[in-house]
Design a protein around this ligand. Structure first.
Ligand SMILES: Cc1ncc(COP(=O)(O)O)c(C=O)c1O
Length: 391
């Protein structure tokens, strides 16, 4: 390996949401945090040198993307996923959560149904509720430890619940599914047939494990583009969420006009200058780092899976196809949600994302963030084991 992902970097005292807010948010300052999707790895020197060069210029005024921005974007997309985008289709935004909120306002009217597939990244549901739309959940099927889409329910609910948009996650946070070409095409077909705008969040798309292939919504046939909004960001891949770099890519002119109108009404104009510089540097120089990082995370997942199956036999790991998130089912312990949370927080002293926030049916699940050095994963697993030993 060229890069060292084993290095422990102290993040305390950097105004870090993941590490510095235990007392404020959880009432404890001794927690090992594995909650928010934020990685503990430093960017490689070649990317940091580009950022330093920009910082050393010393002036950070308004900015707008030029050709080199779109070249870097397309270089990443074409080399990894085999598609390119027309710069005209791209609108920058202050993060994907912002863009998804805005899109709900742009593409639907108050009272319309907007669909999600729970368990799913909870800000999707917040974007729908915060904007006075009706949350329509098409619960993913969970059978034999694996998640799949319930296409019958999807079709039925689209028709019956006045659904105007679907917020779709690929790869799917928290369950780790990388949807296949066939699955994604079926979803797109149902959206097209029912006049539903297909909003696809691909923020985790660079973390794909051996045996799986990422099929982007931009690889779908052209006919689906009239209902398609694609949400893309280097924020997870390079852990630059704090720089708020996001691309909202809408090939269809009329749909794009709706998004841009809502964007103007919200008063958004230029992007974050460092976010823009970071995207260019990361997409130009980061490919090898991301490949090694994904291999490292895959090994973390293998380690955690093996540990849990050996030492916590009543817990079931949902084998992820990608992402750095591990979704674990603790329902086999026969304990309540409160007891589960108490054991995780006060016995294991782990700060995880509780399953309940991703949907009501998964209250006995926990989401672990494994984008951290192996020794941290080992420590977390050993804490977990002690917290459940008596059961
Ligand atoms: C599926 C998904 N979308 C969006 C985000 C956040 O995006 P942003 O930081 O650009 O708002 C996350 C962060 O965890 C995520 O998991």
């Amino acid at each position: 390996m060229k890069y060292n992902f084993d290095e422990i970097i102290d993040r305390h005292g950097t105004d870090c949401l993941k590490y510095d807010f235990g007392m404020k948010r959880k009432g404890r300052d001794d927690l090992l945090p594995m909650w928010v999707a934020d990685m503990d790895f430093r960017l490689p020197d070649e990317i940091l040198a580009e950022l330093r060069r920009r910082v050393d210029h010393g002036i950070f005024g308004y900015t707008d993307p030029l050709d080199d921005y779109f070249e870097a974007l397309n270089c990443w997309y074409s080399s990894r996923y085999g598609f390119t985008v027309d710069p005209e289709w791209v609108t920058l935004g202050a993060g994907l959560v912002y863009a998804i909120h805005l899109s709900v306002r742009a593409f639907t009217a108050p009272g319309d149904g907007v669909m999600v597939m729970q368990p799913v990244y909870y800000p999707f549901s917040e974007a729908i509720r915060n904007n006075g739309r009706k949350l329509v959940n098409c619960q993913l099927r969970y059978e034999n430890g694996r998640y799949s889409i319930d296409f019958e329910a999807l079709e039925c609910k689209m028709r019956e619940e006045n659904v105007k948009a679907l917020v779709f996650c690929n790869p799917h946070n928290p369950v780790g599914r990388v949807w296949t070409e066939e699955e994604l095409t079926k979803v797109a077909e149902l959206c097209l047939a029912n006049d539903v705008t297909l909003m696809v969040d691909e923020i985790h798309s660079d973390f794909i494990f051996p045996g799986h292939r990422f099929f982007s919504c931009m690889n779908l046939e052209e006919k689906y583009r009239k209902i398609l909004a694609f949400y893309s960001s280097p924020g997870k891949t390079f852990n630059i969420a704090g720089l708020q770099s996001a691309n909202i890519i809408i090939p269809d002119e009329a749909l794009r006009a709706k998004y841009r109108k809502a964007n103007r009404e919200a008063g958004y104009s230029q992007a974050n200058v460092m976010g823009q510089a970071a995207l260019i540097a990361c997409y130009r120089l980061g490919a090898e780092w991301v490949d090694e990082l994904t291999a490292y995370i895959y090994e973390n997942v293998q380690y955690a899976k093996a540990f849990i199956s050996e030492n916590l036999p009543k817990a079931k790991v949902v084998d992820p196809d990608g992402t750095y998130l591990l979704w674990v089912d603790f329902s086999g312990y026969g304990i309540t949600q409160d007891e589960l949370e108490d054991r995780i927080l006060n016995r294991a002293k782990l700060w995880l994302d509780a399953g309940a926030i991703f949907g009501a049916e998964t209250a006995l699940f926990e989401r672990f963030n494994l984008a951290t050095p192996r020794s941290v994963v080992e420590e977390a697993m050993s804490r977990l084991k002690s917290a459940f030993e008596d059961l």
